[in-house]
Design a binder for this molecule. Structure first.
Ligand code: ADP
Ligand code: MG
Length: 256
């Protein structure tokens, strides 16, 4: 049975999509069966998996509005080694259309239930907001992976997310927990980053993943080739770190 994880942080540009596609590819590389769900109307995870968001026959939008099943809407991200439930701009409208509907925050959870046995991991790339879309992700997830840059305001920004997770845990999804904080775009030469990294460990203890993802230009270049860095340039430092992170996730899961 698949374990479902949201990659979430309400800030934009912190590395959510990069983490989702590379973790998905890393997990596939170590033999896990993976479904990536793109829950961001920007569709970056879709494009970054080599699937043209404008050409999608069905997307996660259709799944949320129940005009397609996951089995109908998913596609194979061939070179990446995982399945993809894609997104495009249409999804921005779902936010409004869902408001008036029943079970609006549980739609994704219901839709994923029939395919759980087909995967080991389902990874959800969340949009940069604590919206109804993110809420759908959090309501179905077993845990949240939070990518963050070790910068001055990092901790401050985290409190909104932590509060939202607590509320969802209390009211909607009792299994939800933060699986871990992932330090991304890390540059060990910058003293401030080391300091914030230490603060994170002091605050959150073993909720901070051991793996650190370095700032690495190959990870930033990969999306323009429609590939996760892990596939585009497997020997790049950033790619090696993401495969290491995939192994850490598998290991952590075994202990949960
Ligand atoms: P988000 O999904 O949170 O908005 P992205 O994953 O799209 O963030 O990352 C924002 C930008 O930073 C992108 O241009 C991406 O290529 C770049 N980026 C992300 N992680 C790294 C990294 N480890 N090294 C270098 N660039 C990165
Ligand atoms: Mg993104």
């Amino acid at each position: 049975m698949a374990k479902i994880f949201c990659v979430a942080n309400q800030k934009g540009g912190v590395g959510k999509t990069t983490t989702t596609v590379n973790l998905a590819a890393g997990l596939a590389k170590v033999g896990q069966r993976v479904l990536l769900v793109d829950l961001d109307p920007q569709g970056n995870a879709t494009m970054g998996s080599g699937v043209d968001k404008r050409q999608l026959e069905n997307s996660v939008y259709d799944v949320l509005l129940e005009s397609a099943t996951v089995a109908e809407a998913r596609v194979r991200a061939d070179k990446c080694g995982y399945d993809l439930l894609g997104a495009n701009r249409e999804l921005a409208g779902a936010e409004i259309e869902l408001v008036g509907l029943e079970r609006r925050e549980k739609r994704l959870k219901q839709a994923l239930t029939p395919v759980l046995a087909e995967y080991d991991f389902i990874l959800i790339d969340c949009p940069p907001s604590l919206s109804l879309l993110t809420l759908n992700g959090l309501c179905t997830a077993y845990g949240v992976v939070v990518p963050m840059q070790c910068e001055y305001f990092a901790l401050e920004g985290l409190s909104d997310l932590v509060n939202t997770i607590k509320q969802v845990h209390a009211n909607l999804n009792p299994q939800l927990q933060i699986i871990g904080l992932l330090r991304v775009m890390f540059d060990a030469r910058i003293t401030l980053q080391q300091q914030v990294s230490e603060q994170l460990k002091a605050h959150f203890g073993d909720k901070v993943f051991n793996t650190v993802i370095p700032r690495n230009v190959r990870l930033a270049e990969a999306p323009s080739y429609g590939l996760p860095g892990v596939v585009f340039d497997p020997s790049a430092r950033g790619s090696l770190a993401f495969v290491e992170f995939a192994k850490e996730m598998v290991e952590r899961l075994g202990k949960l």
